[in-house]
Design a protein around this ligand. Structure first.
Ligand code: UD1
Length: 355
């Protein structure tokens, strides 16, 4: 059986790693990179560090407005699908690459499976929310990471196509954590264990309005420990165009980290401040307190279990949230699975789509 994975953005490379491994010897796996993320630190290092086979195709689509970017992917993917005749196209998460791949495949009658199905923020300002909803409704098999995701799919009438497999990000995080335990890694320059925060900010609602971004930067700069700001390229570009200094106060501007270095930096930090989806969960799995600069989260379990606090409109609450007392890591709640989600995903693909 031939399974074709489409990835394009950083979080998708992380999810692809355990899937590619679980696919070995069980199915033919074709990997297509749309080229949505193209910087070495946003793309290549993930393939190298996580042992992912080089993509069979790279469309080199790059950056652009939503329509331009998604449209270029649609046209490119259709050609690749016609050429490689997969039995199923596997799409990951909620980016423009996800939606383009789902749409390109269903229009030419190739079945689609969606990994990380059922997540909802119910925030219609987020491009990712539209990508999720549209991809779920177009797909033939919905592979959900959590019970909450399964419930959302059932509410939308999609229960018959849904199955819970767990979260593949747990698989990869646990395996990298175990490697780090066996061979420790140096911390990023200028920080000492337990005495810094790890921070990422890249969502349009936080970066595009200069006043909003300045307020966030000011609040981060006023924190009492160094804040390692792992700057996504879109943050750098926008800060520069708004004339905002990302190196002020406690902020310590840094390049994005490769995955093992990121896990190491989070595990040794006093906390995480972010608007990323993946990082909220990584912090939770490592039992590091997280503060999320967003009005809501798809990963509600992290909040319910006390490891994540949301701060949005009133940034004067940020310092209190970030510097809150750390809960004792005594709970063994595992809402994101047991680290074997990729195996279950491949089982489900083979059972559902084998000819
Ligand atoms: C995308 C995803 C988002 C995900 C994020 C992870 C969509 C709609 N959004 O957002 O869900 O959380 O990736 O990182 O798909 N850029 C570079 N080099 C790169 C990549 C991006 O310079 O390698 C810059 C470009 O200026 C580009 C901007 O970042 O215009 C935005 O990139 P894009 O892929 O459109 O969206 P992200 O913000 O990365």
């Amino acid at each position: 059986m031939r399974i074709l994975s489409v990835v394009g953005a950083r979080p998708q490379f992380v999810k692809l790693a355990p899937i590619a491994k679980a696919m070995e010897g069980r199915a033919e796996h074709v990997i297509v990179h749309t080229g949505q993320h193209y910087d070495e630190l946003m793309s290549d290092v993930f393939f190298q560090d996580l042992g992912i086979p080089a993509p069979d195709y790279n469309l080199g689509v790059g950056s652009g407005k939503h329509g331009e970017q998604t449209g270029a992917m649609l046209a490119g993917l259709e050609k690749v699908f016609e050429e490689s005749h997969p039995d199923v196209v596997l799409v990951y998460g909620d980016t423009n690459s996800t939606l383009a791949a789902a749409l390109a495949a269903v229009k030419i009658h190739i079945p689609v499976a969606h990994l990380e199905a059922g997540l909802r923020s119910f925030n219609r300002r987020m491009p990712e929310e539209h990508n999720r909803v549209l991809t779920d409704h177009a797909s033939d098999l919905l592979l959900s990471p959590t019970q909450v995701g399964m419930d959302h799919l059932a509410t939308e009438g999609l229960a018959a196509r849904s199955i819970m497999v767990g979260d593949v990000m747990t698989d990869v995080l646990y395996s990298v954590r175990d490697q780090l335990a066996a061979q420790s890694q140096p911390l990023p320059d200028g920080v000492t264990a337990g005495n810094y925060y790890v921070c990422t900010i890249h969502r349009p609602d936080n970066t595009d309005d200069p006043a909003r971004l300045q307020a966030i930067v000011d609040s981060l700069g006023a924190l009492s420990k160094p804040v390692l700001l792992l700057a996504h390229p879109r943050l750098r570009v926008l800060a520069e165009s708004h004339g905002i200094d990302l190196n002020s106060g406690s902020l310590q501007l840094s390049e994005p980290l490769a995955y093992p270095q990121l896990v190491n930096a989070v595990a040794n930090s006093a906390g995480v401040v972010t608007d990323s989806g993946g990082l909220q969960k990584e912090a939770f799995l490592l039992r590091v307190p997280c503060t999320t600069i967003r009005p809501e989260t798809e990963w509600v379990e992290t909040v319910e279990l006390g490891w994540n606090v949301l701060v949005n409109d009133d940034l004067s609450l940020l310092a209190g949230a970030v510097e809150r007392p750390v809960p004792a890591p005594t709970d063994d709640a595992a809402p994101y699975g047991d680290g074997h989600a990729a195996q279950r995903t491949v089982d489900a693909l083979l059972e559902t789509f084998a000819r």
